[in-house]
Write a protein that binds this ligand. Structure first.
Ligand code: SF4
Length: 358
């Protein structure tokens, strides 16, 4: 595996790709990545510094922690205050609520908050306590099958003290919103490899129909530079298609088994996105047969709107309207040590990526 990765980091190959991009990029181009892992990889490998000024890369709403709206974060804290055991991926620990608390702070004050690497770890935790155990089910199509498997497993085993916070978010609807946003003027999308591994390339038909390129790619420098060259070429030719440059992981048709697990447990429902608002059908809610696993229903908490933390511009960053450095709090009041918004907390956040690698 090491030598395979080295191949995708090969300096000579990267130089060759950059030279070709410089040669062919005769217009002006704006490409958006809609995956937090791409945001981090672009920053980590200094991809922007290799590109000419006429190619702009902007980040979109691809970081799951970042797009989770304040109302869902606050609802989660309300559940923790009611005495539930909270089970989460590590990224959520430091996301601040609107009252300035975080799961980390609540844990330091006695709340029972556990970090896990897999949703199914929740089963073991639930077996060791009589308390309600709530898994924080954020993410996109990538993580939705694993979260759905938790509900399936709990139901099969008759476990009653587990619930899950919906909503996983789905990509087609937010992509649709980006396509119809005349302020963005995007020429192409660096498409999320892991989401596409589930959905398949058909996800990008609307992108192509709208006259933009869509290239699914991996997370190494050669992957990313290859996708940029492909998008430059498509933009120059005015001929757009979805291309899978990540075939070592992603099958064009996606993963039908993963999609069927999602379909068995969830139905599509509108939900809130941070800074973007309510998008119809953009979330996954539990079907009636699994409604007992909906933590928001079980704890009777309501979700109210998409208020942002005062002074934080995560919403504008997530829509690609501004760069993180344009936020007046960036690097001053807001740093990874003292984050104001989730884009500075998450390991996939655009603000955290810029701060760490700029
Ligand atoms: S720098 Fe901080 S306050 Fe500004 S948008 Fe990013 S996370 Fe929000």
């Amino acid at each position: 595996m090491a030598s395979m990765i080295e191949g995708f980091r090969n300096a000579e190959l990267c130089s060759k790709l950059v030279r070709q991009i410089l040669k062919e990029a005769t217009g002006s181009y704006r490409f958006m990545e809609v995956c937090g892992s791409h945001t981090m990889a672009i920053a980590r490998f200094g991809i922007k510094s290799l590109l000419p000024e006429n190619i702009e890369l902007v980040s979109g709403p691809g970081c799951p922690v970042c797009v989770t709206p304040q109302c869902e974060i606050d609802a989660l804290f309300e559940i923790a205050e009611k005495g539930a055991v909270i089970v989460t991926f590590g990224d959520m620990m430091r996301v601040p609520g609107s009252k300035g608390v975080s799961l980390q702070k609540m844990k330091s004050e006695g709340a029972d908050v556990r970090i896990v690497f897999s949703p199914l770890d929740t089963i073991k935790i639930a077996a060791e306590t009589d308390k309600e155990v709530v898994f924080v089910g954020i993410g996109f199509e990538t993580t939705a099958p694993a979260v759905a498997s938790l509900a399936l497993t709990a139901k099969k085993a008759g476990i009653k003290n587990i619930s899950i916070t919906p909503y996983s978010k789905t990509m087609p609807e937010v992509l649709g919103l980006l396509l119809s946003d005349e302020n963005l003027k995007i020429n192409g999308f660096i498409c999320p490899g892991h989401v596409t591994a589930v959905t398949g390339l058909s996800l990008y038909e609307p992108v192509v129909s709208a006259g933009m390129s869509a290239v699914v790619t991996g997370f190494e420098p050669v992957d990313i530079l290859t996708s940029i060259l492909e998008m430059v070429r498509q933009t120059n030719n005015g001929e757009f298609k979805a291309v899978n440059s990540y075939s070592r992981v992603v099958a064009d048709e996606g993963n039908a088994k993963a999609r069927s697990v999602i379909d068995e447990v969830y139905y599509k429902k509108g939900c809130w996105w941070r800074g973007i608002g309510y998008i119809e059908d953009s979330g996954l809610a539990f079907r009636d047969e699994y409604a007992e696993y909906d933590a928001f229903k079980k704890f009777d908490v309501s979700l109210q709107g998409d208020d942002e933390i005062e002074g934080c511009s995560c919403g504008e960053v997530l829509k690609g309207y501004i760069k993180p450095s344009s936020c007046s709090l960036f690097g001053t009041a807001c740093t990874p040590e003292s984050p104001v918004g989730p884009c500075m907390v998450s390991s996939e956040g655009a603000c955290a990526a810029l701060y760490k690698y700029s």
